[in-house]
Design a binder for this molecule. Sequence first.
Ligand code: RIB
Ligand code: CA
Length: 315
Amino acid sequence: MPRRILLDVDTGTDDALAILYALGHPELEVLGISCVAGNVPIDQVVINTCKVLDAAGATGIPVAAGAFQPLLESARRTGKSHGVDGLGGIRLPATSRQRSPLHAVELLHQLIMASTQRVTLVTLAPKTNVALLLTMYPEVATRLDHIIFMGGATAGGNVTALAEFNVWQDPEAAQCVIQSPVPITLYGLEAFSRPTVDRADADRFRAHGHSAVRLAGELLYRRRPRSEESNRYVGLLGDAGALILLTNPELFATGKFPVRVNLVGIGRGQTIIDQRPGPRDAAEPDLWPRIAVVVDLDIAQVASAFVKTIEGYAS
Ligand code: RIB
Ligand code: CA
């Protein structure tokens, strides 16, 4: 039986790759998608998400708009790494897909409580929707089997020297999720930034007969690694790697550590992941939530799993 999942996204180029992977994998059943402001404003996130579903030919998957800004601060843009429209300017047909009339938090609540099987929540965006869900409807914690938390970093950040974008955008929401009773696996920048796809695979995708595969190829070309090997590789998988953690856990190594979010000062938005061997000198970290953190992965096999699934779309 496929694993029932919910996706929480701020559809930029890597969320789009993650959605295509989830829709294409036979062991995953996407119950619905909640959108939150992040890479682009909320309405553009919804449009981008609907366009990706259109390319995949997906039916029966509700898409809902959620938080248009973080809990405390206004939404902040960080440059154009996903292009002005969030999908790297890839020309896609206008979508006629209707968003759910429900707020994303209500949609998540309804889908979780209606499921006869426990659900996995994969959050690839600022954590505002998920924090609101867990606060407004604490009963969902007993119906979620896991939260895959794309965000944070063991060492340096991306949007600041210390903070990763999804946590930086809404640090209070991230802390709220981290301290929830639901088992969490944190997929941070150290894992996020490593799997890439060969240019040859991306070129094959771009010439494929299925629109989902062609879109994946175009998206990969919008996500070039900064490594010296960019001649061979094009697409940093980013968020999509967090879905491969679900389908191929054997490709990842994790450790459990005390984690908390820095909410103040120059380090605001930093995830403090205390990897020191315990017991610790200062008692406080031992009082922090201990969550699983991805510490290593087989980047070649992760990329291969992505390529295999995307090629599974029948042309
Ligand atoms: O820091 C990377 C994360 O922020 C990714 O999820 C990207 O899509 C943005 O949401
Ligand atoms: Ca994202």
